[in-house]
Write a protein that binds this ligand. Structure first.
Ligand SMILES: [Zn+2]
Ligand SMILES: [Zn+2]
Length: 373
C-alpha cells in the first residue's frame, strides 16, 4: 500500500488519494488548464499536481480523467497497461546493456501485468554496415553473423526472475528474424525448451547475393522501392513459416525513413500494406503494435478491415528504462479500433474479447475530507 499524501494548503476541499499498489511516479508537471481547484498529490518523493476533477477517478477510472493532463509517466503508471510482449535482455546478441532482472523490477514498478522476453534469434548473415564498429567480433568480410541464443542460460535466467517476481507473469519467447528461411535451425532451438511467445520479424531482405537491413538499403536504393520489397516479403514469410504467432514491427523500415523524403505516409503504400496485412490475417497471426515508433493508426484500421483479429504490444526495449514506452497511447489506439484485453493479460488483445480496457489495474480511491464528509 502506497498512500499518496496531500498538501492541502491553501484551504480548500481536500481529498485523500490512496494508491492501491506501489507506483513510481518519476516527475510531474502542473496541469493547470484542467485545474479549477488544484490539489497537490505526492507519491513517494516527487510532486504531481492533479486537478480537483481527479476526484472523479474513483468512479470513472484513472485513465479517462487524467489522460492528456499530466506527464506520460503518470499516465503510464495509471493505465490498464497491456503486457509488454516484445522485450530484450542480456540474452539477445545485440543487447549489451539489457538486464532481465532489472527489467522485471521495472515492470513491477510500472504495473505491467506481464512481460515476454523475446530474445533475438537471427540466423541470416547480413551486411554489417555501421554495426561493424560495435559488433566487430561478429563481422567477417563486412557480413555480420549474429551469435546464437544460449537457450539454457536464458531459460535459467527466466526461472530465477519468476521466483523473484512471483506477481509478474514472465513469458519466454524469441524474436526470430526471417523465420521462413531458417526452419531447421529454429526447430533445434525450440527443442531445447518451452517458448511461450514467438515473434516473426523481417529484419533484412535479399540484395543480390547478400541480405541487408533497411538502413543499409536506403542509402543505395529509393526508399519507397525498398519498402515495397520489404512488404512483399511478408506474405512469403507467413506462407512459408508457421513457427511464429505474431508479426513484429511491420513498420520496421520506417524507423530509418530518410529525412529528405519528409514524413512517412502509409497511404502511399496502401496496396502493399493491405496485401501484407491480408496475408497475415489469413494466416491467423497477430499484428504487433511496436511502440519504438508510434504505429500509424491507418495501418491498424487496415489491419481490422483486412480481417486482422488480434494485436499485441511491444516496446522492443533493449534497456529496462524503455519498457512499456508509449503503451498508454498504443492501448488507447487499439481500444479505439475495437481491440479488447483478454482476461489473461499476457494474451493478445482481440476483437472478440469483451473485457473493458478502461478498467484500471491500479485502483484509486478518493476520500473527501472536507467538512461534512
Ligand atoms: Zn526486431
Ligand atoms: Zn526486438
Amino acid at each position: 500500500m502506497n498512500d499518496a499524501e496531500f498538501d492541502d494548503a491553501p484551504k480548500q476541499r481536500s481529498r485523500l488519494v490512496t494508491v492501491a499498489r506501489g507506483v513510481d511516479i518519476e516527475c510531474g508537471t502542473p496541469a493547470r488548464h484542467l485545474v479549477p481547484n488544484p490539489i497537490l498529490l505526492t507519491v513517494r518523493s516527487p510532486i504531481v499536481q492533479v486537478p480537483a476533477a481527479a476526484a472523479l477517478i474513483s468512479l470513472l477510472g484513472v485513465r479517462r480523467t487524467l489522460a492528456g493532463c499530466v506527464l506520460p509517466g503518470w499516465q503510464t503508471d495509471r493505465m490498464d497497461l497491456p503486457a509488454d510482449s516484445h522485450v530484450h535482455s542480456e540474452w539477445s546478441w545485440d543487447t549489451d546493456l539489457g538486464a532481465m532482472d532489472a527489467t522485471c523490477a521495472r515492470a513491477v514498478a510500472l504495473g505491467l501485468p506481464a512481460v515476454a522476453f523475446t530474445e533475438h534469434v537471427d540466423f541470416t548473415p547480413f551486411r554489417a554496415g555501421d554495426l561493424a564498429e560495435k559488433f566487430g567480433h561478429l563481422v567477417t568480410d563486412g557480413i555480420l553473423t549474429a551469435s546464437e541464443l544460449d537457450v539454457e542460460g536464458y531459460l535459467e535466467s527466466v526461472e530465477k526472475c519468476r521466483a523473484k517476481y512471483p506477481d509478474l507473469r514472465i513469458l519466454t519467447g524469441m524474436e526470430v528474424g526471417q523465420p521462413h528461411r531458417h526452419a531447421g535451425e529454429i526447430a533445434d532451438l525450440l527443442a531445447q525448451g518451452t517458448f511461450d511467445r514467438m515473434i516473426g520479424s523481417l529484419h533484412c531482405i535479399p540484395d543480390g547475393d547478400e541480405y541487408a537491413e533497411p538502413w543499409e538499403l536506403f542509402p543505395h536504393y529509393p526508399a519507397d522501392a525498398a519498402f515495397r520489397q520489404y512488404l512483399a516479403e511478408i506474405p512469403r514469410m507467413v506462407a512459408e513459416s508457421d513457427v511464429f504467432d505474431v508479426l513484429g514491427h511491420i513498420d520496421y523500415p520506417v524507423r530509418f525513413w530518410p529525412e529528405a523524403l519528409g514524413p512517412f505516409d502509409p497511404n502511399v503504400f496502401e496496396d502493399e500494406l493491405r496485401h501484407a496485412l491480408r496475408a497475415l490475417a489469413a494466416g491467423e497471426r497477430a499484428l504487433e503494435i511496436n511502440t519504438r515508433r508510434p504505429l500509424d493508426a491507418t495501418i491498424l484500421a487496415w489491419w481490422r478491415e483486412e480481417g486482422g483479429q488480434r494485436v499485441t504490444f511491444g516496446s522492443d526495449a533493449h534497456l529496462p528504462e524503455a519498457l512499456g514506452a508509449g503503451f498508454a497511447e498504443a492501448a488507447a489506439m487499439a481500444e479505439a479500433h475495437g481491440f479488447r484485453p483478454d482476461t489473461k493479460p499476457e494474451n493478445p488483445w482481440a476483437l472478440t474479447n469483451k473485457r473493458r480496457a478502461g478498467q484500471p489495474l491500479l485502483a484509486v480511491t478518493i476520500h473527501d475530507r472536507s467538512p461534512g464528509n
